[in-house]
Write a protein that binds this ligand. Structure first.
Ligand SMILES: *Cc1c(COP(=O)(O)O)cnc(C)c1O
Length: 832
């Protein structure tokens, strides 16, 4: 899309604060980290709860951006050649522009909302219809107040059908999304629980979502949810009363008459046969899935296809070929110390850009390879399309491109013109596979991106390090979410140090630090110098405090710019001697004070030695801190305050000898939530980041970050009287089905969970441990849990089973559970 800046000013009802030219705008930018095309981007300085887009004007200007939308007067002297549009509300301006753009096209547009299934229904409709229509759709689950305008923006003359999803979290939001999507066909997938999304009750939530459909011609929904059915009926009456004419109701039901009346749902051998009555005829489809959610999603899609009058034979054939939808981006460890991101499910420009963003956030390897199939985007000028792809690769510093497919081969020249250091092209993934042993893959991050037809999974299998099936899944969205939750408790000026010691509480090293760096925490802290070294080698450039430095690691501290915590006169003097010998001055350090934990820190009696040393110029004190012994416990609150008082008086003495400012901090996770008065200049957030509400404050909605998953190796049917595991501890007193799970105490599954103390989540039910936990295996009792098979996944803790619960069963604390998961368990990082 191209718009002249002057037209945009009128569309967004803004005024030009400064004009330098009448630029041609092609890209809308809301996140400064996603800049690819500086010349033709228009940056919207949106104000978030913590971050204000206005603070990125200058950095973006330096990178070549010249067009800005702001709501606050900008310092034009710093942006001399910029066009600056001023509006009242920047987000609203973005939405107005997108709505205006959408209005230029009169194609059918499907708008999808509901509590679950939006993205799957959208992606499946795309799979089902992409041969008949040139489709524009929301990338991934871009369904928010910002995501929807960005989704609609690329719409152009070649598109014949739009598919967009809309998600809301508060009342009033859907009205705005309706104006941007302007759907002609609506799909209401389903409705979940009200409390989960900030609404009073189900009725209010349904009514809010129905705003999306205020101008549709057809509305597709399942009649079996009474709230939706009644809500639609009311909307229908309003249409008629308001003289707007009416819309066509296209509903389905499994229990009563409906446009599509589902007669049977028959599951067998990995597939589901669905038959229904439609226009007095019996029709049927078979889908390659058996779970209830997939059946519901498929029926919604079926209704759309029937409404669009797709031929029955085509419907049947396409439904059989439905494929899984990748809801998230995953990064795994690969061969030769590579990291592998596998996104081989689709290949359109917007999902490519999102995957590329995820790749460029990874700093652990300097080398970045993209293995990319042809882009399937019919209707665009191919040369322009591949030029855009090449530019994006170049902008993100990709060091090698391996192109797969005829189009990639054909447009090689375009990639050769861009400065991508290494290039290779193959007609098919198979051809690459044959050449695989000749291509070096080492110490690099590799993105696999391609449409399903190119079958890049076979390359993924070669690149991925094969280990046994037990994995710890790390949800990077949950991590970011938890960080935000705690940030919301802080004053804007309070800084945040993220504790990433002990392999980030078991969840990973540079992978987690990378995510935290991306989300702009101020400081990191590790326990030992070598943990810090690993972060530096992984490309982390945030300041890092080392809590437990010792003499043997002083040179490493200096070499990697790690800042030690000086906690005793002995350490202070040793480090001072070292720095003087090396001729280093003003080295950044942190001072720990003892106030009652009785672990590390200068006591009041030791202060004079400290003060004397600080008078010289060997050190720069970055911060002074202390640690609370019982911030999570109410019964010790008086003691906590006593610690704080002691801390303040000791800090005063230090302040007197230092002529420069330094940060003071004392609060850990529970301190942040329970003692707002102890925020001081910085807080040290640990376990809360990983989803544990330390101190049970119930003030925050935290999400579990780590989920430990293992698979079932074997299933046995035992008779009354038989026994299970070592020492014959598991006695069977009825006919029992036992599953052997691939995890043991060597993986960090505590032996304390033996003999029924622990339970695992299996297909929605809890199965108790039977007998003792072995080194590499555990047996569980799965009697009465239907449909369990060998190879099935079992959740040991995480999303479905809180780690605090399992820790409680094991008579320990979540800290020990999380950090105890051994390094032989593979970590998989994902982002939605
Ligand atoms: C581990 C640690 C923290 C973080 O504690 P949480 O309870 O996990 O928030 C803070 N400060 C110090 C000095 C620590 O050692």
């Amino acid at each position: 899309m191209k718009y002249h800046l002057e037209d945009i000013v009128a569309i967004v009802k803004g005024k030009l604060l400064q004009q330098h030219g009448n630029a041609l705008i092609e890209q809308l930018l809301t996140d400064s980290r996603k800049l690819i095309f500086p010349d033709t981007s228009l940056f919207f300085a949106i104000k978030g709860p913590r971050r204000d887009g206005h603070s990125f004007l200058e950095p973006l200007y330096e990178k070549g951006v010249r067009n800005f939308v702001v709501s606050e007067p900008a310092d034009t002297a710093l942006l001399p050649e910029a066009n600056i549009i001023q509006v009242k509300d920047v987000l609203q301006a973005l939405q107005l522009l997108a709505a205006h753009h959408r209005k230029q096209f009169s194609i059918p547009v499907i708008g999808i909302t509901g509590s679950n299934g939006k993205t799957i229904v959208k992606e499946w409709l795309n799979q089902l219809l992409e041969e008949q229509y040139t489709i524009i759709r929301s990338p991934r689950s871009y369904n928010s107040q910002i995501g929807v305008p960005l989704s609609v923006w690329p719409m152009n003359d070649t598109h014949e059908l739009g598919i967009f999803e809309a998600g809301i979290s508060q009342s009033g939001e859907m009205d705005r999304l309706q104006k941007i999507i302007q759907p002609t066909i609506g799909i209401f997938t389903n409705i979940g629980e009200a409390h989960s999304e900030g609404f009073l009750n189900l009725r209010q939530k349904v009514n809010e979502k129905l705003w999306l459909f205020t101008h549709v011609k057809t509305l597709i929904y399942c009649k079996d949810a009474p709230e939706i059915n009644e809500g639609v009926a009311t909307l229908w009456q309003q249409f008629n009363k308001g003289g707007k004419g009416s819309f066509e109701i296209f509903n389905w039901s499994t229990v009563t008459e409906a446009t599509v009346q589902v007669l049977t749902v028959f599951k067998d051998n990995g597939a589901t046969l669905i038959t229904a009555l439609y226009k007095e005829q019996t029709i049927s489809i078979t889908i390659p899935f058996t779970d209830d959610a997939s059946v519901e999603n498929a029926i919604h899609c079926w209704c759309v296809l029937l409404h669009l009058e797709v031929m029955p034979a085509v419907i049947a054939q396409k439904m059989l070929q439905l494929g899984p939808v990748a809801m998230r981006l995953e990064m795994k460890k690969g061969i030769n110390n590579c990291s592998v991101i596998n996104d081989s499910y689709s290949a359109d420009l917007s999902s490519f850009n999102i995957a590329l963003d995820f790749l460029s956030q990874q700093r652990q390897h300097a080398r970045k390879t993209v293995i990319l199939s042809d882009i399937l985007q019919s209707g665009r000028n191919e040369k322009e399309l591949y030029k855009e792809v090449a530019q994006a690769l170049q902008q993100r510093g990709v060091t090698r491109l391996i192109g797969i497919g005829d189009k990639m081969m054909q447009h090689q020249a375009i990639f050769r013109l861009a400065t991508i250091p290494e290039l290779a092209f193959y007609p098919t993934a198979d051809a690459l596979r044959h050449d695989f042993s000749h291509i070096p893959f080492r110490d690099e991050t590799i993105l696999l991106k391609g449409a399903r037809v190119f079958e890049l999974e076979q390359i993924d299998r070669l690149l991925e390090q094969k280990v046994h099936q037990t994995v710890l899944e790390i949800d990077l969205n949950a991590l970011a979410h938890n960080l935000k939750q705690y940030q919301q408790l802080l004053k804007p000026s309070t800084r945040l140090m993220a504790m990433v010691k002990a392999f980030s509480y078991g969840s990973g090293s540079y992978e987690i630090a990378n995510a935290l760096q991306f989300h702009k925490v101020d400081y990191l802290a590790v326990a030992y110098a070598d943990e810090g070294v690993e972060l530096r080698k992984g490309g982390i450039n945030l300041p890092i405090m080392v809590m437990n430095a010792d003499e043997s690691g002083f040179d490493v501290l200096v070499q990697y710019n790690l800042e030690p915590d000086l906690y005793s006169p002995g350490l202070l003097q040793a480090f001072e001697t070292f720095l003087k010998r090396e001729g280093i001055r003003r080295f950044p350090v942190h001072i720990e004070l003892e106030t009652g934990m009785n672990r590390l820190g200068f006591s009041p009696a030791e202060l004079p030695v400290l003060l004397e040393a600080l008078k010289g110029d060997t050190f720069t004190v970055k911060s002074v801190f202390s640690h609370l012994a019982a911030s999570e416990e109410k019964q010790h609150d008086a003691f906590t305050q006593q610690q704080a008082a002691m801390f303040h008086s000791m800090v005063e003495a230090i302040q007197e000898v230092l002529s420069y400012p330094f940060l003071r901090h004392i609060a850990n996770t529970a301190g942040i939530a329970r003692h707002p008065d102890l925020q001081l200049d910085m807080v040290r957030l640990g376990i809360g980041l990983y989803g544990i509400d330390s101190g049970d404050t119930h003030k925050l909605e935290l999400k579990e970050v780590s989920t430990l998953i293992a698979t079932i190796a074997q299933i046995k049917q035992l008779k009354e009287g038989e026994t299970v595991s070592y020492g014959r501890k598991g006695v069977v007193n009825r006919d029992t089905r036992v599953a052997t799970v691939r995890i043991g105490y060597a993986d960090g599954y505590p032996r304390n969970l033996s003999n029924g103390a622990g339970k695992m989540w299996v297909k929605g039910m809890l199965a108790p441990v039977i007998g003792t936990v072995c080194m590499d295996m555990v047996m569980i009792d799965i009697t009465g849990i239907p449909h369990v098979q060998e190879g099935d996944e079992v959740v040991l803790f995480g999303r479905e089973l809180p780690v605090s619960q399992v820790a409680h069963w094991a008579q320990t604390i979540p800290y020990e559970m999380l950090t105890g998961i051994s390094q032989r368990v593979k970590r998989v990082y994902f982002e939605e």
